[in-house]
Design a protein around this ligand. Structure first.
Ligand SMILES: [Cu+2]
Length: 162
C-alpha cells in the first residue's frame, strides 16, 4: 500500500511551519502598529488625499449631505487651513455652518471655524490645528449645521501630520 500522499503533505507542512517559527520569531510579535492604524472608525477620512463626504441624518431621514475639503494637502498642524464645504443635498433652507475642531483624547482648547456662505451650496472658512504635545494625532471635525435654533451635526476624524 502506498503511503498516503495527503499525510506526506501534512507532515511536510508541519515541518515548514516549524522551521518558519524557528527562524522568524521576531516577526510574530511584530512592533505594535500605531493606534490610528488599528482603529480608524466609520467617520475616518483621509483628508490628506481626498475630499470627505458626510451625511447628517435624523430619525433615518437625511437632513444634509455634502463634502468637506481641507487644503493645503497634506494637512499639517500649525498651518493655515482652508475648509471648503459643499452641500450636495439639504432639507435646510439657509443653515449657519460651523466646524468644531477637537482632539478626542484630550482637551486642546476651543477651536471653532465659522463658515461663510459663498454660493447657494458652498461654504468656506479658515482655521488651524494646534500642535499636539503628545504622540496623539487624531482630530475630530464636528460639522454643525444650525437653523431655527436647531442643530444638526456629524463628525469627520483624521490623523494630522505634525
Ligand atoms: Cu493634543
Amino acid at each position: 500500500m502506498d503511503f498516503p500522499k495527503g499525510l506526506v503533505f501534512v507532515l511536510l507542512m508541519i515541518l515548514v511551519l516549524q522551521c518558519g517559527n524557528g527562524r522568524v520569531p521576531d516577526q510574530k510579535k511584530a512592533p505594535s502598529q500605531p493606534k490610528e492604524q488599528i482603529t480608524k472608525g466609520e467617520n475616518y477620512c483621509d483628508v490628506h488625499s481626498t475630499v470627505c463626504e458626510f451625511s447628517i441624518k435624523e430619525g433615518g431621514e437625511i437632513i444634509a449631505q455634502g463634502t468637506l475639503n481641507l487644503n493645503p494637502k497634506p494637512v499639517h498642524a500649525m498651518n493655515p487651513i482652508e475648509f471648503d464645504l459643499t452641500l450636495t443635498k439639504s432639507k435646510l433652507q439657509n443653515p449657519e455652518i460651523m466646524l468644531s475642531l477637537t482632539m478626542p483624547a484630550m482637551y486642546m482648547g476651543i477651536n471653532k471655524v465659522f463658515l461663510k456662505k459663498i454660493s447657494s451650496k458652498d461654504y468656506k472658512g479658515n482655521g488651524m490645528f494646534a500642535e499636539c504635545v503628545t504622540e496623539d494625532r487624531r482630530w475630530n471635525i464636528k460639522i454643525v449645521l444650525r437653523e431655527n435654533e436647531k442643530t444638526y451635526a456629524t463628525d469627520i476624524q483624521f490623523d494630522i501630520i505634525q
